[in-house]
Design a protein around this ligand. Structure first.
Ligand SMILES: Nc1ncnc2c1ncn2[C@@H]1O[C@H](COP(=O)(O)OP(=O)(O)O)[C@@H](O)[C@H]1O
Ligand SMILES: [Mg+2]
Length: 423
């Protein structure tokens, strides 16, 4: 490929769908392949924000349909040809519980909508608090004519039975030997997840495999009522860890090759970017993209470490990482002291950060009391300053979001010594 748009060689704003852009993850792909072949297994892909869960979920869909390019990556190809119907839904905050999830799965075009011969419409049951809403099932006429004719007869039913029978119908239709694979991304955004476990238990034995994808540190975090489906999840739980340095390095190899090797990232630039990325492919894409564009603008074909550093400053200045930048500004406010403290915490590579020694060190550097340092740390844990730190136990703090932590460590200083907010 030589005529690719350089702007989209790196995609910090989007998961990787194309296998040619997908780096590393051999172990995770193998685990997913095993899970898809294990009878009765349900899948959970969990890990921190921004580590690459959605990208893996996209590859899972390909694996489930025996995609040749993906299979070629596996050290051990599947023992049988995988043949699922994969459907995909990314949750948003409007999906508050499992009933709404089922409704969305039935009506979303990337999910089950193309497979069900009817349309479901939510029918609010007014008055009764906490009652199940029922749905109106509108049977669709023959799809051959483009006009979708609604049959006169409308049926009212509860969403659970409509959903389970729709899934059964897809499985029974026999379009795929291994049945249906329902990938639900950003599952953690659903506030009330009660009822999912029971769906897994009902539909699992009938050829429906669920893949729940979301931010969590344990499977139990993601799947409420986990105990009742522990057996089904045992073979299918995949922890998506931060990417290894060699895997992050592969992102550059793939990018260079997409660019027809017209641009190269010099080894020092690669290792600096990998260092600040701390396992988050997001930063390789973000800094990679802006470095590349900067190289093109300045007429060079070699991206040096210096150029990558300039690109990072530019990212901060232009707000190219708006979520992290806004959080950064909220956290530091107008206080240089708080900015130093934020950065000192962010520089620590361990997840849980012990405060005692760090307070003394910072206090010494800034010429303030340890007690004063702890006041600022308190700020960083409060709503007003974005709640970027979380107290995990006595004398221990942790960043609420590791993507932000890496950003706070790498971003150049915003304020100068002496900058202080009004008391
Ligand atoms: N295996 C991979 N190879 C290359 N880039 C990746 C890979 N996994 C993730 N990315 C990139 O990293 C960023 C975050 O990935 P994403 O899958 O959206 O993470 P998550 O769903 O865990 O938040 C995206 O820019 C994506 O393009
Ligand atoms: Mg995601």
């Amino acid at each position: 490929m030589t005529d690719i748009n350089p702007i989209n060689v790196f995609t910090p704003a989007q998961e990787v769908k194309d296998i040619d852009r997908f780096a590393g993850r051999d172990d995770e792909l193998t685990a997913l392949s095993t899970a898809l072949q294990s009878h009765g297994a349900q899948i959970v892909l969990y890990g921190q924000r921004g580590v690459g869960k959605s990208s893996l979920a996209r590859q899972l869909a390909k694996l489930a349909t025996n995609d040749a390019d993906l299979i070629a990556r596996l050290k051990q190809p599947p023992f049988e040809t995988l043949d699922f119907v994969p459907v995909y839904l990314a949750c948003d905050d409007s999906i508050k519980d499992i009933e709404i999830l089922m409704l969305r799965l039935l009506s979303d075009e990337e999910a089950l909508a193309p497979w069900v011969p009817f349309k479901v419409v939510e029918k609010k049951v007014s008055g009764e608090v906490g009652s199940k809403f029922s749905v109106k099932v509108i049977e669709l006429g023959g799809k051959k004519t483009d006009a979708i004719t609604e049959r006169a007869q409308e049926m009212e039913s509860d969403i659970v039975s409509v959903f389970t029978s729709a899934c059964r119908a897809v499985v029974k239709a026999g379009v795929a030997k291994h049945g249906l694979l329902i990938i639900i991304d950003e599952f953690d955004r659903i506030k009330n997840r009660t009822g999912l476990a029971s769906l897994l238990k009902t539909l699992g034995p009938e050829g429906v495999t669920f893949a729940l994808v979301g931010v969590a540190t344990t499977v139990q975090d993601l799947v409420t009522e986990h105990e009742s489906v522990a057996r089904q999840l045992a073979d299918g739980s995949v922890h998506v860890k931060p990417m290894r340095d060699d895997e992050l390095n592969e992102i550059f190899d793939r990018a260079e090759s997409l660019l027809g090797n017209k641009y190269v990232f010099d080894p020092a630039a690669r290792s600096w970017i990998i260092k600040i990325a701390r396992g988050h492919p997001f930063y390789v894409h973000l800094v990679g993209k802006h470095s590349l564009l900067r190289a093109i603008a300045t007429g060079t074909d070699c991206i040096s470490e210096g150029l990558a550093k300039e690109a990072l400053s530019e990212i901060a200045l232009k707000g190219s990482a708006p979520v992290q930048e806004t959080t950064y500004k909220t956290a530091i406010g107008h206080s240089y002291t708080r900015e130093v403290i934020l950065k000192k915490f962010a520089e620590r590579t361990e997840e849980e950060i012990h405060t005692t020694g760090l307070y003394a060190e910072i206090g010494k550097e800034l010429g303030i009391e340890s007690g004063t340092v702890s006041v600022y740390v308190g700020h960083l844990g409060s709503d007003k300053y974005g709640s970027v730190l979380r107290k995990t136990r006595e004398r221990y703090y942790q960043f609420a979001d590791s993507v932000f932590k890496a950003y706070a460590a790498a971003r150049p200083f915003e304020l100068k010594p002496g900058d202080q907010e009004d008391a």
